[in-house]
Write a protein that binds this ligand. Structure first.
Ligand code: COA
Ligand code: AMP
Length: 629
């Protein structure tokens, strides 16, 4: 193995050569000659003249090279009591057929397809089928409600929606059909067809526009991979921004394929034949990159798990899967480990299983708190690797790279900057901060292949949202600092994005729903500390003059509205009535101050504050003490 410093040095001395060589891991129809196009800076494009097909890289080439009988996807669903294994050959056949089916519904290269599905292999099949056609998929997480779905339909304008009749949560069956119908009703754009995978737990009654998955396959013929430019979009993934309108993060084909291959090998230390399990959901970026694309592009076996870490059936659920499939690498959000620890802090469930196959536990999606890190280290006795990144980057920005010579792991830090990224810490004026000083985490442009080239249909919003605060740099929205060995420490978001159980949410969109309640004069939604979920949203509301309402009734109404309009994933359960919200003398709400207090950071109270007593009254509530009211 080579050392991190050697690889970093190779990248620093000649980034273009570095990424030209990395591109050799991909099978190109036309190999790229132009590696980086800087002519449209600050918009950069990678491998501009390269031509490839991402699906062919994930499937066809492995079958052609003799990997056809290896299992590509292991589906395990304790929620339905079912298991399935699909070899690379079987997966290729199904993807090719489904691509043919989509084509028969009028899906062509460049068209969008919205996928709203639970964690079943058909979700991956639908994604790969789109990639095969050169169509652009947009997967929407099943925990979002109709209005959120409608916003995505109107932005992406899909020709077809691919869905299932239901998703399954431990406490209930979630019927998708009414959600999709209502979303299509709310949306201006109308898809021409909806493909529905019928599930026996709640079959849907199909209407005129709907076609059943297997009926579509019955008349379809297989479809060959369609050549696309490296810069053609592979997918759009909507993520929460500061405002209510979600941002359509675009991922292109070429840079993405290279980044997936490079990161799976070098960051995660995984390769062909390894069994890999990212216990996330295809609706999130982790699901796109590391449930579907990276393991398949690299010829590994990917586990797809439909269940929770606890209660399906117990806190040994994850360890059972690791033993059964001899999993070599596991990737989860820290919240899942906290949930397991809560149920089984002594690790007795863990000791019922033989998990020697597991080389590394990777944790990402939210801050890894030292006590979770320490518990996992003690219980598992393997490296526990924090990695920091975001939907926009698509792959890790900071990590302890397991495909390179081992480096020390430090509790509280996702370790070092991954080659390809040039990360700096800036103060508000844009001056670089010395080791130990906290500031905005920014990335010098150009960012590496696989990172977002733009937002869907909105270059200006991309520039305004990410590239304008510090020209020449991408603003991550996180703050942090380096120690004197260049290990990064990520402290939290500097904007109105919160992270609930590894799910990214915008407090702005929650506030919009809360503020729409006729009894509410004004409100603020802040992420407060939660022992299991890391953060949970808490709404602080000021009632309109003369309104007299039972707090329980108000809470019920607001919680129901948020569930209805954003979805259960928003997880807003706490609504606190306060007499006033802290403001400056000119009436500006002190959100950043409230956020800082909620995050446990040292905050300087602005001298312009109107009434310090108002802030003092809600401080315990911001710090996570829900009983203080
Ligand atoms: N479809 C419909 N509803 C969904 C859903 C989906 N795909 N995913 C979650 N929900 C619902 C849940 O049922 C829950 O509803 P409830 O309020 O009626 O109970 C609500 O959304 C909140 O879900 P969640 O935040 O996941 O809480 P939970 O209590 O169900 O589970 C954990 C808590 C920690 C076990 C769970 O969040 C977990 O395993 N997280 C792993 C993190 C992860 O996958 N992160 C992805 C990025 S890496
Ligand atoms: P998402 O786009 O949903 O992946 O969320 C990205 C955000 O989650 C980041 O900007 C961080 O705020 C947070 N995040 C992800 N991984 C980590 C990590 N390892 N440590 C700290 N925060 C993280």
């Amino acid at each position: 193995m080579v050392s991190y410093h050697e690889v970093r040095q190779r990248w620093e001395s000649d980034p273009v050569k570095f990424w030209r060589e990395a591109a050799n891991q991909i099978e190109w129809i036309n190999s790229p000659k132009e590696i980086l196009d800087e002519t449209q800076a600050p918009l950069y494009r990678w491998y501009t003249d390269g031509v490839l097909n991402t699906c062919a890289n994930a499937l066809d080439r492995h079958v052609a090279s003799g990997r056809g009988e290896q299992i590509a996807i292991l589906y395990d669903s304790p929620l339905t009591g079912s298991k399935r294994a699909l070899t690379y050959r079987e997966l290729l056949d199904q993807v090719s057929l489904f691509a043919g089916g989509l084509a028969s519904l009028g899906v062509h290269k460049g068209d969008r397809v919205l996928i709203y599905m639970p964690m079943v292999p058909e979700a991956a099949i639908a994604m790969l089928a789109c990639a095969r056609l050169g169509a652009v998929h947009s997967v929407v997480f099943g925990g979002f409600a109709a209005a959120e779905l409608a916003a995505r339909i109107d932005d992406a304008e899909p020709v077809v929606i691919v869905s299932a009749s239901c998703g399954i949560e431990p406490s209930r069956i979630v019927e998708y059909q009414p959600i999709i119908e209502s979303a299509i009703h709310l949306a201006k754009h109308q898809p021409t067809a909806v493909v529905v995978l019928q599930r026996p737990q709640a079959p849907a009654v199909l209407g005129e526009r709907e076609v059943e998955w297997h009926d579509l396959l019955a008349t379809a013929t297989g479809h060959d991979p369609v050549p696309v430019q490296a810069t053609d979009p592979l997918y759009i993934l909507y993520t929460s921004g500061t405002t209510g309108k979600p941002k359509g993060v675009v991922r292109d084909n070429g840079g993405h394929a290279v980044a997936m291959a490079w990161s799976f090998n070098n960051v995660y230390g995984m390769g062909p034949g390894d069994v890999w399990w990212a216990a996330s959901d295809v609706g999130w970026v982790v699901g796109h990159s590391y449930i579907v694309y990276a393991p398949l592009i690299c010829g590994a076996t990917a586990v797809m798990y439909e269940g929770k870490p606890v209660g399906t059936p117990d806190a040994g659920a994850f360890w059972r899967v690791i033993e059964e499939y001899q999993v070599n690498g596991l990737f989860v959000a820290p919240t899942a480990i906290r949930a397991i620890r809560k149920e089984d802090s002594a690790g007795s469930q863990l000791r019922n299983y033989d998990i020697k196959s597991l080389r590394t536990l990777f944790l990402a999606g939210e801050r890894l708190d030292p006590s979770t890190f320490e518990w996992a280290s003690e219980q598992l006795g393997i490296p526990i690797v924090d990695n920091w990144w975001q939907t926009e980057s698509g792959w890790p920005i900071a990590s302890n790279l397991r495909g390179l010579d081992p480096m020390p792991i430090k509790s509280g830090s996702p370790s070092v900057i991954v080659p390809g990224y040039d990360v700096r810490i800036f103060d508000v004026q844009g001056s670089e901060q010395p080791a130990g000083a906290e500031g905005a985490i920014v990335i010098k442009l150009p960012m590496p292949p696989g990172t977002l080239p733009t937002l869907w249909g909105d270059n200006q919003r991309f520039i305004d949202s990410y590239l304008s605060t510090f020209p020449g740099y991408y603003t991550t929205g996180d703050s942090g600092f380096f120690d004197d060995e260049k290990y990064l420490y990520v402290m939290g978001r500097t904007d109105d994005v919160i992270n609930v159980a590894g799910h990214r949410l915008s407090t702005g969109s929650l506030e919009a729903v809360v503020a729409a309640n006729e009894m509410v004069a004004e409100c603020a939604v802040i992420g407060v500390h939660d022992e299991i979920k890391g953060q949970i949203p808490r709404a602080f509301v000021v009632l309109k003059a003369g309104v007299d309402v039972d707090p329980k009734t108000l809470r019920k109404t607001i919680v129901a509205a948020v569930r209805d309009e954003i979805g259960p994933v928003a997880a807003l359960k706490e609504v606190v009535i306060v007499p006033a919200l802290p403001k400056t003398r000119s009436g500006k709400m002190l959100r950043a101050t409230m956020r800082g207090i909620a995050d446990g950071r040292e905050v300087v109270i602005p001298s312009t504050i109107e009434d310090i007593a108002v802030l003092e009254a809600i401080t315990p509530l911001l710090q996570g003490d829900s009983t203080a009211d």
